[in-house]
Write a protein that binds this ligand. Structure first.
Ligand code: ADP
Ligand code: MG
Length: 829
C-alpha cells in the first residue's frame, strides 16, 4: 500500500497531523488465525472522510468510511454536540488510519476545533485537510448510483436531500482513495450501508476501557490484556466473525427482537452440540473469505505479476469456499431459530451457482484439490495451472514453454555428473532460492564443493548451492512464469468481470458466514462457563452474577446479586478498599453488555432492561493528553454522562471526586447523585464517603449496599479479609485506613489520636442515623411493595421464579427485623 506521503492527493491543502508510527493494519488480518485474533488485528485499513454542516446545518455531521479489506462503505449522518462526542465515538469504533477533513478557507477556525477533536481520539491516524471542491454532494450521489452493487436493496439514498453531507464526504473519499491507493472502484461493485440514528446502544471509549471490553492500548504497548473481546474471540474461526464480535461489543444492540433472535440461536446451538461442531469445522475452512472482495472491486490501471498471482489465489480460494456452501446448505436447515433459518436461505441464492459455474468454466478443478500442506513447487504449480487448458492460446503456449524449460533443466545433469559424480546431490526448489542443488551428507561442514559452484549454504546434514548455469536456467524459467501469470491474468480479468454483476451475493455470503461464526463463538463461551440466557424486563435482577473476566474455570470467584428497579434504581455501594466495589460495578455493566449482544451471561439467573446507553466514570483516571487534572477530567466525564442520561441509561460511577477535599468531594457527589436520580437512570455508584449513605433517607430511589470484611482469627489476633460479598445497608467501617497507616509506620501516639477522632465522628454519624431509622423502615416496606408492583407490570415471560424468590426473601427480612424490634419494645414496656 502506498503511503500518502509518497503519492500526494492534489486536493490535500494541508496534512494536519500524521500518526506516530501508525501501524498499517490489514495485511496481517487476512492471515490471522483464530489463535491470534485480537481487537487490533481484526481491524483492516479504514479510511474516513468528515464533512461538517455550516450555517443552517451547523451541528450536522456527514461521515464516510471504507474498510479496504472488506470493501464496505459506511455513510453516517447525525447531529452532534459542540464537543463532537458522537463523532468521536464513531471514529473510535472505526479506528481509521487516514482521515480527510473538508478544508474551506473561510472556516479555518472551526476546522481547527474539529481537527483537534478528531486528533484527540485518533492520534495514530494521518489527518489531511482536503479542498472544499472535492466535497460535492451532487457528485457523491452520482458516484453512489454508479458504484453500489446493482441489486443493493438499500434504497434510502435514492433521495439524497438531507444526506448531502455524507454524500459529499463519500465523494471526496472515493477520489482520495483512488488516487492514493492507485486503483479505480469498479462500477456496480461496492456495498454502501447508510446508518441513520441506528437502534444501537451507545457506549463511550471510557466505558469500553472501564469494562475492559477491548484493549485499545495493546498495540502501542505490544501486549494484549485479557478483555471481554479476547475472551469470546478465542472461539471465533474467521476474521469476519471476530470483526462482527468487536463491532457488537463496542455498539451492542438495543432492539429486543434482534437480541432475542441471537440469544435464541445460541440456545438452540447449545442444545445441538454435534451440529455446532460440524458448523465450526466448515467455518474453519473459510478463514479469510472476505479477501475476495478487493479483488472484485479494485480495477488497476497496470498489470503486475504479484497482483496477477494474488487474483488467481483468491479465485481458487473463493471456489473452495463455495464447496463449503454446499455443505452448509445441508447443515443449516437442521436449526430452527429464525436468524439461522434466514441466513440459510441466503445460501440458496441462484447467483452463488452462477459464480460457481463461472469459476468452473475458468479454473482447473485439479488444482482445487491441492489443499493443506503444500511445498513451494506445489504452490507455484497451483497458480500456473489454475486456469483451464484451452481457454487462451497464448496461455497454453506460455505454459508449454515453461514445461519445456523444466524438462530441459531436469535432463541437463552434465554439470553434476562431471563435478560431483556418485554423490547424493539432487535438484531442489524453494520460493526464495528457486532451483538449486541439495547435497545430503553427514559431513556437510567439511565436504569440499568444486569451484564452479556458488552461493554455498551449509546446514547440519545437507548443503545447498547453485551455479551460473543453473542461475541462467532460473532466469529463463522465471521469465516464462511471468509470461504464464500475465496471460492467466487476462482470463482471470474476464472471469472477474463476469462475477462482478453478482457481487452482492458475496457480501451476503460473507455476512452469513460471519454471523454464523459470531454465534458459534457465543455458544463456545456459554459452554465453557456457567451461564444463563438472560430475559428482558424493566429491572436489573441478577442472581449470583460473576464479573466475566474473573470468571475463569478453576479460580474462586464470589458471585453477587444485583437488584435495581425503576423505583429503586440507585445502588450506593460503600466498603473498604480491595473489597470488590469496582469489580461489582463492572460486573453489572458487563452482564448488561453481554446480554445486549445476544450472549448468555455468567449468573444463575438474570433479567435485565435493554439500555440505550451504558456510561461509566471511574475516579482518578488522569487524561494526560488533555492536560487536565484528575478532578477536572472526572467532572468533564460526568458532565458528558449527565448531558445524555435518561431512564434507559445505565450509569456506573466508581469513587467519584477522590482527588479533591472531603467536603468538596461529598458536596459534588451529592449534587451529581441528585441529578442522576432526577434523570431516572439506573445507577451503580461506589464511594468511600460514608456520609453519602444517608441519601437513602431523602430519596426513595437510593438503596445502600456494602462490602463487609470477614474476620479471621489467627495466633496474632483478628485479621480482616475481604469477603467480596455484597450486603444490604451501608457500611459502618472500618476502612482499613489505620491499618495501612500503621504499616506505613506513622508514630503510634498520632495514630491513637486519629483513631479517637474517627471514633467520635463515627458515633455522631451513628446517632444521626438512628434518628432516621423509623423513616427508613417505612421506606423499606414501601420498596418491597414497589418491587412486587414492578414485577407484576413486567411482560409475562420475564417474571422468573428467581425474581419472586428474591423479593420474598426481602419481605421476610424486613418482617423479621420489624418483629424483633416490636418484641424488644414490648419487653421494655
Ligand atoms: P475495590 O474497588 O473495593 O477497592 P476491587 O473491585 O478493585 O476492590 O477488587 C479488589 C480485588 O479483589 C481485585 O483484585 C479482584 O480481583 C478481587 N475481587 C473483587 N471482587 C471479587 C469477587 N467477587 N470474587 C473474587 N475476587 C474478587
Ligand atoms: Mg475500586
Amino acid at each position: 500500500m502506498n503511503s500518502s506521503s509518497s503519492r500526494r492527493f492534489p486536493g490535500v491543502s494541508r496534512t494536519l497531523s500524521s500518526g506516530r508510527s501508525a501501524p498499517r493494519r490489514g495485511k496481517n488480518a487476512s492471515r490471522t488465525t483464530n489463535t491470534s485474533l485480537s481487537a487490533s488485528n481484526v481491524l483492516s485499513p479504514v479510511f474516513a472522510s468528515i464533512m461538517e454542516g455550516r450555517s443552517a446545518a451547523r451541528g450536522q455531521i456527514g461521515l464516510a468510511a471504507i474498510d479496504l479489506t472488506t470493501m464496505d462503505f459506511h455513510l453516517f449522518s447525525f447531529v452532534d454536540s459542540s464537543a463532537y462526542s458522537s463523532l468521536k465515538t464513531q471514529l473510535q469504533v472505526l479506528e481509521p488510519v487516514e482521515i480527510i477533513i473538508c478544508d474551506s478557507i473561510n472556516e479555518r477556525h472551526s476546522n481547527a476545533v474539529l481537527h483537534e477533536a478528531v486528533r484527540s481520539v485518533c492520534d495514530q491516524a494521518t489527518i489531511s485537510a482536503v479542498q472544499r471542491r472535492y466535497f460535492d454532494g451532487a457528485r457523491g450521489h452520482e458516484m453512489y448510483r454508479s458504484l453500489r452493487a446493482r441489486s443493493d436493496p438499500n434504497s434510502k439514498l435514492e433521495n439524497p436531500g438531507d444526506k448531502e453531507l455524507c454524500l459529499a464526504a463519500f465523494a471526496a473519499l472515493v477520489k482520495y482513495i483512488e488516487h492514493i491507493e492507485g486503483f479505480l472502484f469498479a462500477s456496480s461493485s461496492i456495498r454502501i450501508t447508510f446508518h441513520e440514528d441506528a437502534a444501537l446502544c451507545v457506549m463511550d471509549a471510557e466505558t469500553w476501557e472501564n469494562l475492559r471490553v477491548i484493549d485499545r492500548t495493546s498495540t502501542a504497548k505490544g501486549k494484549d490484556r485479557r478483555t471481554i473481546f479476547s475472551m469470546i474471540a478465542s472461539g471465533t474461526l474467521t476474521v469476519a466473525g471476530a470483526r462482527l464480535l468487536r463491532a457488537s461489543l463496542l455498539q451492542p444492540l438495543a432492539d429486543e427482537e434482534e437480541i432475542g433472535a441471537r440469544a435464541e440461536a445460541v440456545e438452540e446451538m447449545l442444545e445441538k452440540p454435534h451440529l455446532l461442531e460440524r458448523s465450526r469445522c466448515l467455518l474453519a475452512c473459510a478463514q479469510s473469505i472476505d479477501s475476495i472482495l478487493p479483488v472484485i472491486v479494485k480495477k488497476y490501471r497496470e498489470k503486475t505479476i504479484s497482483k496477477a498471482e494474488h487474483r488467481i489465489v483468491q479465485l481458487v480460494h473463493l471456489r473452495q469456499t463455495l464447496q463449503l456452501v454446499e455443505k452448509l446448505r445441508q447443515l443449516l436447515p437442521n436449526f430452527l431459530s429464525p436468524i439461522i433459518f434466514t441466513k440459510a436461505e441466503t445460501l440458496l441464492d441462484d447467483r452463488i451457482e452462477d459464480i460457481r459455474s463461472i469459476l468452473d468454466d475458468t479454473l482447473n478443478m485439479d488444482v482445487l484439490s491441492l489443499n493443506g500442506k503444500k511445498n513451494s513447487m506445489d504452490a507455484r504449480n497451483q497458480k500456473i495451472y489454475a486456469i483451464k487448458k484451452g481457454l487462451s492460446t497464448p496461455l497454453d503456449v506460455a505454459r508449454k514453454a515453461y514445461e519445456e524449460l523444466l524438462k530441459d533443466l531436469h535432463a541437463d545433469t552434465r554439470e553434476l555428473g562431471e563435478c560431483l559424480p556418485d554423490q547424493n546431490v539432487q535438484l531442489a526448489y524453494s520460493a526464495s532460492r528457486l532451483f538449486h542443488y541439495l547435497w545430503i551428507t553427514h559431513d556437510a561442514n567439511r565436504v569440499a564443493v568444486p569451484g564452479n559452484f556458488i552461493n554455498i549454504v551449509r546446514n547440519k546434514a545437507s548443503l545447498t548451492f547453485s551455479s551460473r548455469h543453473l542461475m541462467k536456467f532460473n532466469d529463463r524459467i522465471e521469465q516464462s512464469v511471468c509470461e504464464v501469470m500475465l496471460e492467466s491474468d487476462d482470463v482471470i480479468s474476464e472471469a472477474i468481470d463476469a462475477i462482478r454483476p453478482h457481487v452482492e451475493v458475496l457480501y451476503t455470503l460473507i455476512d452469513t458466514l460471519s454471523t454464523l461464526d459470531f454465534l458459534c463463538a457465543l455458544v463456545v463461551y456459554a459452554t465453557e462457563r456457567d451461564t444463563v440466557r438472560p430475559s428482558f424486563g424493566a429491572s436489573v435482577i441478577i442472581k449470583a452474577g460473576r464479573y466475566p473476566l474473573l470468571d475463569i474455570p478453576g479460580r474462586p470467584v464470589v458471585p453477587n446479586d444485583a437488584y435495581l428497579t425503576p423505583s429503586s434504581r440507585f445502588a450506593l455501594i460503600t466498603g473498604p478498599n480491595m473489597a470488590g466495589k469496582s469489580t461489582y460495578t463492572r460486573q453489572v455493566g458487563s452482564l448488561c453488555l453481554l446480554a445486549q449482544i445476544g450472549s448468555f451471561v455468567p449468573a444463575e439467573a438474570a433479567c435485565l432492561p435493554i439500555f440505550k446507553r451504558i456510561s461509566s466514570r471511574v475516579g482518578q483516571n488522569d487524561t494526560l493528553s488533555e492536560n487536565l487534572s484528575s478532578f477536572a477530567a472526572e467532572m468533564t466525564g460526568m458532565a458528558g454522562i449527565l448531558a445524555s442520561a435518561d431512564a434507559r441509561t445505565l450509569v456506573m460511577v466508581d469513587e467519584l471526586a477522590r482527588s479533591t477535599s472531603v467536603e468538596e468531594g461529598i458536596g459534588i457527589s451529592y449534587a451529581i447523585i441528585e441529578e442522576l436520580i432526577e434523570r431516572k437512570c439506573f445507577v451503580v455508584f461506589t464511594s468511600h464517603f460514608l456520609d453519602l449513605a444517608t441519601l437513602d433517607a431523602s430519596y426513595a430511589a437510593v438503596e445502600n449496599f456494602h462490602f463487609a470484611p470477614q474476620v479471621r482469627q489467627t495466633s496474632e489476633g483478628e485479621v480482616l479479609d475481604p469477603s467480596h460479598t455484597l450486603y444490604r445497608g451501608s457500611y459502618a467501617g472500618p476502612l482499613y485506613g489505620f491499618e495501612v497507616a500503621e504499616l506505613a509506620a506513622l508514630p503510634a501516639p498520632m495514630l491513637q489520636r486519629a483513631r479517637e477522632l474517627a471514633e467520635r465522628l463515627h458515633e455522631e454519624w451513628k446517632s444521626r442515623r438512628e434518628e432516621e431509622e423509623e423513616k427508613l423502615e417505612t421506606r423499606e416496606i414501601l420498596r418491597c411493595a414497589h418491587a412486587f408492583r414492578d414485577l407484576i407490570r413486567q411482560p409475562r415471560g420475564s417474571m422468573t421464579k428467581a425474581n419472586l424468590m428474591q423479593i420474598r426473601a426481602r419481605f421476610l427480612d424486613v418482617a423479621r427485623a420489624r418483629n424483633a424490634m416490636e418484641m424488644e419494645d414490648n419487653e421494655e414496656e
